[in-house]
Design a protein around this ligand. Sequence first.
Ligand code: 5GP
Length: 113
Amino acid sequence: MPTLFSKIISREIPAQIVCEDEHLLAFKDINPQAPVHVLFIPKEEIASADALEDRHAELVGRLVLAAGRYAREAGIAEDGYRLVMNTNEHGGQTVFHLHLHLIGGRPMSWPPG
Ligand code: 5GP
């Protein structure tokens, strides 16, 4: 089902887009949890990590690689960062279009709450 992230892809909803190619789009989170907080989403509508299929293996790799590239460009890679895919209700997912959070620019604690 289309979500507001599909509307960001189609430019119906504005966002601070930081990278895009034929497979994916990345934009700054509207409610950043750290100095760097970017969402990497596939252009294909996939509801969550729970809906991934074998055919998506390359696409998931592209999301992770794009996030890593952005982290290096943003200068946060050496200090470190977090990649998160909140999945379904217990995972805290609120937008049901698969997205990879890149969060960094400050130290983070573990475990999550
Ligand atoms: P989730 O909780 O599903 O893992 O993450 C959804 C994320 O999307 C949240 O961090 C939230 O701040 C972000 N978000 C929700 N609506 C918008 C929006 O309209 N624009 C942008 N840029 N981010 C959004």
